[in-house]
Design a binder for this molecule. Structure first.
Ligand SMILES: Cc1cc2nc3c(=O)[nH]c(=O)nc-3n(C[C@H](O)[C@H](O)[C@H](O)COP(=O)(O)OP(=O)(O)OC[C@H]3O[C@@H](n4cnc5c(N)ncnc54)[C@H](O)[C@@H]3O)c2cc1C
Ligand SMILES: NC(=O)c1ccc[n+]([C@@H]2O[C@H](COP(=O)([O-])OP(=O)(O)OC[C@H]3O[C@@H](n4cnc5c(N)ncnc54)[C@H](O)[C@@H]3O)[C@@H](O)[C@H]2O)c1
Length: 479
């Protein structure tokens, strides 16, 4: 092995976590190698957040154009040229790459970016790269390998698409079944419903968006159903996918011909639908296959890389951050964890990243977001929590924009005058929750928040209104 192949810190994966880890370690003066199987940006830029967000904008456009007549704008019903939609998505992905300019930024910091395929441990410090067979090693190794979609182990699962393949569809499917109503599934339902597909949504949990506050699940599901999405929650099991007889496959996925999806519904009845495409959005395990963790002495359940509070695996010089450790699974969390892991890799175990306040949300119609404790979690801890909900239908900006569906809910500890959580479904929900998060991070009490003179007419004004209702309880306060 040559001298240049060994680093003080070897980072694996150049998504949000890996680039943050490499930058931080380099800033601390370490000699850093960053190995990536494909391209910088990871899931976030190349197949996840960025493409999904462009599709969300496309869907928004389609909805807005359909309502343009109300404003006296006669533009007709939009038709979708999916090829151009996909081209736009890919163009935006390239623009993000150009703006972020990660390879240049890393080079400026002296980080060696190595794009020679997948890295695999050959011993606890050294890894072999699949394209070239070259070996690189690190005194410390930070695994930022992210995750990947998974198909459910049911007969015919290979006929389904996974989220990374959505842009490969030749057209918008006329009939679509989405399996899984987490963030990905819910967003894809909104996109394809707006683009004209007849959508069926199957979810094994008792409600969609199970990780969010219950009122968010209800509001988004109501909206889906108002748009004729056929929602089935609490299904007992997905039974199978099968090619509809007499149709010919043209490729390796459902675009090749109709598929019959069969499941056992919540009431125990067997049901089925014919679909032109099925997308399985049923989880995102860590990319541990082929990583050779056993050669490093690290055990895995095949879904995650376990870490302690300093992001150390059971082998103390090997760290794991971002989706790889399956803890928070969001971009901002990946950055925070990776910076902490890289700091610990260089300086020893000194930094944690406990994610005390982690806002998250999604771009459905309406959008949704939350931070802190849900109402149910807060009530379980303390039945005396105070909750105020302001409906968007009471908010002048939402009425002006004809975006009256939704709400903001603040969950508070009235005795301590502090916010415990905030949850919203509605226009700009993610931005509204972000603003509440800032207040929570700064330790702003409810009385102060209630006194903020929010600009008129804005969506974030809903925050002041909710805070005032908690300070002076009335109608909608639920103590
Ligand atoms: C459809 C979708 C939409 C999303 N939208 C959002 C959103 O709006 N907001 C949000 O916060 N989060 C969103 N997420 C989640 C977000 O994408 C992830 O949390 C984030 O990308 C995690 O970053 P990471 O660096 O840990 O992993 P990744 O971004 O997955 O990067 C891992 C990198 O490691 C590389 N790699 C893997 N194994 C190896 C190996 N053995 N050798 C070399 N390289 C390897 C991969 O090629 C990849 O580039 C979304 C996810 C999906 C699927
Ligand atoms: N806007 C965002 O922040 C955003 C957007 C997309 C994804 N993400 C993140 O990316 C990761 C992957 O998201 P995801 O939505 O693909 O996965 P997920 O694990 O969040 O959701 C998977 C869903 O599939 C359901 N499911 C599992 N087995 C099923 C079955 N047999 N039948 C029907 N439903 C079944 C689960 O109950 C769950 O609701 C998550 O961590 C997510 O938070 C974030």
């Amino acid at each position: 092995m040559t001298q240049t192949d060994s680093y003080e810190v070897l980072v694996v994966g150049a998504g949000p976590a890996g680039t943050s880890a490499a930058v931080r370690a380099a800033e601390l003066g370490a000699r850093v190698g960053l190995v990536e199987a494909r391209r910088t940006g990871g899931t976030c830029v190349n197949s996840g957040c960025v493409p999904t967000r462009v599709l969300a904008k496309t869907a928004r456009f389609a909805r807005e154009v359909r309502s343009a007549g109300v404003y006296g704008l006669d533009v007709g019903d939009p038709t979708v040229d999916w090829t151009r939609t996909v081209a736009r998505v890919r163009q935006v992905v390239e623009r993000i790459h150009a703006v972020k300019a990660e390879p240049e930024r890393l080079a400026d910091l002296g980080v060696d970016l190595v794009l020679e395929g997948r890295a695999r441990f050959v011993d606890p410090h050294a890894m072999e790269l699949s394209d070239t067979g070259r070996r690189v090693s690190g005194d410390a190794v930070v695994l930022c390998v992210g995750g990947h979609s998974r198909r459910l182990p049911v007969p015919g699962a290979e006929l389904a698409l996974v989220p990374e393949q959505v842009l490969d569809m030749p057209e918008v499917p006329r009939r679509l079944v989405v399996v899984g109503a987490g963030n990905t599934g819910a967003q894809l339902v909104t996109v394809f419903e707006a683009l004209g597909a007849e959508v069926t949504l199957l979810e094994v949990a008792p409600r969609i968006l199970m990780a969010m506050d219950e009122d968010i699940s209800r509001t988004v599901q109501d909206s889906f159903e108002a748009h004729a999405v056929d929602v089935h929650v609490g299904i007992r099991t997905l039974v199978s996918l099968a090619r509809v007889e007499g149709t010919e496959p043209h490729g390796d996925h459902v675009a090749g011909g109709p598929v019959r999806v069969t499941w056992v519904d919540a009431d125990g009845s067997e049901q089925s639908r014919e679909a032109d495409a099925v997308i399985m959005c049923t989880g995102w395990p860590a990319s541990v296959d082929g990583l050779g963790l056993d050669a490093a002495g690290i055990a895995t359940d095949g879904r995650s890389i376990a870490v302690d509070e300093y992001f150390r695996t059971e082998v103390p010089h090997v760290f794991a951050a971002g989706d790889a450790n399956q803890q928070a699974m969001l971009v901002q969390a990946a950055h925070a964890e990776a910076e902490a892991a890289a700091t610990n890799a260089v300086l020893g175990p000194t930094r944690r990243a406990p994610h005390r306040l982690l806002p998250s949300g999604g771009f459905t119609d309406p959008d949704y977001a939350g931070v802190g404790l849900t109402e149910a979690q807060a009530r379980e801890r303390d039945p005396q929590v105070a909750v105020a909900t302001v409906r968007y239908s009471e908010l002048e900006r939402a009425v002006i924009d004809d975006r009256e569906q939704g709400f903001l809910k603040l969950v508070t500890d009235r005795r301590r005058d502090v916010l415990l959580g905030a949850h919203a479904a509605g226009e700009s929900a993610v931005e509204v929750i972000q603003a509440v998060t800032t207040a929570m991070a700064a330790g702003v009490d409810l009385t102060t928040l209630a006194g903020v003179e929010f600009a008129y007419p804005t969506y974030s004004a809903v925050i002041g209104e909710a805070a005032r209702r908690l300070r002076v309880p009335r109608g909608t306060v639920d103590a």
